[in-house]
Design a protein around this ligand. Structure first.
Ligand code: ADP
Ligand code: MG
Length: 736
């Protein structure tokens, strides 16, 4: 085994160490390209750290939290200091840096926030924007800001690092700066297309096809590890299970080509790993270790293995052709994670992972014709998201004229207009487009402007900030609060899990259910055991706890009062028909102010029950107004309750509550084969009509912002107000 120092010297960047240092000394802007795994992320910042003592602090951005963590851990190990000393990381809600930290890995979002607080970025001598090819929204905005920062501080060094060749654009943007290319040491990769499969047809079954292909490789190909690209935790967990099941039935003597017990190189065993952006999977060291002789490693991964992390030993790649991507959904006006087909550039990157240390093979699950039809490059996130937080951040930096901000690729003007009008309606900017006091407060929270707005109203208007902060902390994380047994674990377990959830569920829906779960967890000493016994996700609560204390700090800085809401008395019916019902009066938290607080942010995320089935129709007030926009065609969409929702019929087999639902508010929509609401609670239409929500809808009708055509709005406004019930018409269910 080579020592860690030897490993470093073997990387392609090593040869170019001095040239890189010279180039950094000479130029303000520098673009660096090099194959994934060549040492850009771990080595180049270290060269600066070790060889350029004149550089104070080096900041390196990563689009993924998980990459910032793993990379900084690896680099502190290489550097020989404990994490958080010379080398550290800072991501939202998690700070591993200290006053002596000189090399700081962070998410691009963090640097963006720092640039908001301090436009000169005075603490840094060098800023490195890594994984620039990913073109996240934050990275794109950083580009524009860094150019400004450079005008204020010409001595600041700015590096842009990318794994793809298409970097002319970056160089052009940064005053036609030089491009430093680190030649890759890659081996040929044979590409095998699934010729009869069109990518559109593949969408419904790429998981099982990927499993079959991985299994084919395991039984028919020579030794070498396998990397399978899927889209997210759910399909990866499923694929791991299916693949393991197939392997359990495998008889190596019978099923494996060229099987030879005596042969040392022969594959006789397999280990299977999931890899997605959660610490548990990323910290399984074994994924990053070479396989034992005679054993094959099969990794089912998200896009994180495409360019962010390198798994050694990969000789075979299976490319499903799909990725989960944040996209603006015009139907709901929200960002959602959607499974979409990848670009040619991404497919090429994926295939490249097979040829890092030896010749390899890439199995594409789609035809070469489908490959040819893929777009050349991934659309930058800025051109497919709602832009709300971004626009607010820009406003906070006193960039009033957002439409003329120096973007590397301009976002769609209509989306910018939409973000401006939503921020106006949330009260974050005034009708001249200038940020308000409320907007400044909102921008202090590292949350979506909707959720920040909710927290502020809970403190200032509805006197329930204690409760709302708890609920918001859980919602801010991306873990589901409840766990569900998989169907294969049997009916008994499923029934038991449902019973537990029913016990914790609140009749008004998910918001108050979250509060119930939190309170019970606290009452049970925050125990893991309690979580396990009740099918609750301990991690979701533990994360929420840390998020909550940080949100409280921010709320305190903003002098927002922390208040507990009143308790009310409610009559509860106990027991079923058999035992005879009894009534008792219990005291519980009043859900009304809590839900009204949430409505101040999410007043457009409301839906009403359609035609007695499990379908809701989205009510899109602003879309009633948006004339001729591409969104109007499907202003009303069918929405379904997520099975883990407290209001879903899983919790209520007799449908007693369900039948009483008319209007609901939801936090977001996810997509499987249909649009599914998450974070759903019952509301009354009256709260919207008499409350802030309706006021905002009226305002929307009269809003005239930075060039929005007032006449157009006036016409639509009349229409809206005439429509006195203002209720969305039902949609036909496609479910039956
Ligand atoms: P790049 O940024 O060019 O894709 P990196 O600097 O991330 O490359 O990685 C360079 C090399 O360092 C990888 O090829 C791998 O061998 C090694 N490496 C990186 N991270 C780890 C880790 N967490 N554990 C072990 N080796 C690692
Ligand atoms: Mg890298």
């Amino acid at each position: 085994m080579p020592s860690i120092d030897q490993e470093r010297r073997l990387l392609p960047t090593y040869e170019y160490k001095q040239d890189l240092i010279d180039a950094i000394r000479e130029h303000s802007f520098l673009v660096v390209i090099g194959e994934t795994g060549s040492g850009k992320t771990t080595q180049i910042p270290q060269y600066i750290l070790e060889e350029m003592p004149e550089m104070k602090k080096i900041g390196v951005t990563q689009p993924r939290r998980i990459a910032a963590i793993t990379v900084s851990k690896r680099v502190s190990e290489e550097h020989g200091t404990p994490l958080g000393k010379d080398v550290g990381y800072l991501i939202r809600f998690d700070d591993h840096t200290s006053s002596s930290t000189r090399l700081k890995y962070m998410t691009d979002g963090i640097l963006l926030r720092e640039a908001v607080q301090d436009p000169t970025l005075s603490q840094y001598s060098v800023v490195i924007v890594d994984e620039a090819h990913e073109r996240t929204l934050e990275t794109d905005v950083l580009f524009g800001l860094l150019k400004k920062t450079h005008r204020l501080r010409p001595e600041l060094k700015i590096l842009v690092m990318s794994a793809t060749l298409d970097v002319e654009k970056f160089s052009d943007f940064f005053d036609e700066c030089p491009i430093f290319e680190i030649p890759g040491r890659t081996f040929p990769v044979q590409i095998i297309h699934h010729q009869s499969m069109k990518i559109n047809a593949l969408k419904s079954n790429f998981v099982s096809t990927a499993v079959e292909t991985a299994f084919y490789i395991h039984t028919k190909e020579k030794a070498g590890d396998v990397l399978v690209f899927l889209t997210g935790q759910a399909d990866i967990d499923r694929a791991c299970q299916e693949f393991k099941d197939k392997c359990n039935e495998l008889d190596y003597n019978r099923d494996v080509k060229y099987y030879d017990v005596e042969d040392e190189e022969q594959v006789k065993d397999v280990s299977v790993y999931p890899l997605y952006a959660s610490l548990e999977t990323m910290e399984q060291r074994a994924v990053f270790e070479l396989s034992r002789r005679g054993s094959r490693k099969v990794v089912f991964s998200t896009n994180v293995a495409q360019t962010s992390v390198t798994i050694p030993g990969i000789k075979y790649v299976v490319d499903s052709g799909f990725v989960k991507e944040k996209s603006y959904d015009p139907n709901t006006g929200m960002d959602a994670l959607l499974v979409t087909s990848i670009s040619k550039a991404a497919a090429t990157q994926r295939a490249g992972r097979a040829g890092r240390t030896a010749p390899g093979k890439a199995y594409r699950l789609y035809s070469s014709e489908s490959f040819e039809q893929l777009p050349d490059d991934t659309i930058p996130e800025i051109q497919r998201s709602s832009l709300l937080s971004t626009v607010l951040a820009l406003k906070r930096m006193n960039i009033v004229d957002v439409l003329n901000f120096e973007f590397i690729d301009k976002p769609d003007e209509t989306l910018v207009m939409k973000a401006l009008s939503q921020l106006f309606l949330l009260g974050a900017i005034d009708n001249h487009g200038v940020i308000t006091e409320l907007g400044k407060q909102m921008s202090q929270f590292p949350l979506s402007p909707y959720l920040s707005r909710v927290i502020i109203s809970s403190a200032m208007e509805y006197e329930c900030s204690e409760e709302v902060l708890t609920i918001a902390s859980v919602l801010a994380g991306d873990n589901d609060l409840f766990r569900a047994p998989s169907p294969r674990q049997g009916e008994d377990l499923i029934a038991e899990a449902e019973k537990c959830k029913l016990k914790l569920a609140h009749h008004s829906g998910d918001h108050m259910t979250i509060l119930n779960v939190w309170n019970e967890w606290r009452r049970n000493d925050e125990s893991r055991r309690w979580c396990r016994d009740n099918w609750v996700n301990h991690k979701a609560l533990a994360n929420a706890k840390s998020v909550r204390s940080q949100l409280i700090d921010i709320a305190n800085q903003l002098k927002l009062p922390m208040v507990r809401t009143r308790r009310i008395e409610v009559e509860r019916t106990n027991g079923g028909k058999k035992e005879g019902r009894s009534k008792e009066v219990v005291r519980e938290v009043d859900a009304v102010p809590v839900l009204k607080s949430f409505l101040t942010g999410y007043y457009t995320n409301i839906a009403n029950k359609a035609s007695g089935r499990s379908v809701f129709s989205h009510y899109a007030p602003d879309q009633h107004l948006a004339e001729k926009s591409s969104h109007t065609s499907s202003a009303l969409v069918a929405l379904y309750l997520h099975p883990l929702c407290a209001l879903s019929d899983m919790f209520d087999r007799n449908k007693t509550r369900y039948s009483q639902i008319e209007w609901v508010m939801y936090m977001h929509v996810t997509y499987t084969n249909r649009a599914v609401m998450k974070g759903v609670s019952k509301i009354l239409w009256d709260w919207v009509r008499s409350g802030k929500g309706h006021e905002r809808i009226r305002q929307l009708a009269t809003a005239h912002l930075n060039g929005v055509d007032k006449k157009k709005f006036d016409k639509k406004r009349k229409q809206l107000l005439d429509d006195s019930s203002a209720q969305a018409s039902s949609v036909e269910s496609s479910d039956t």
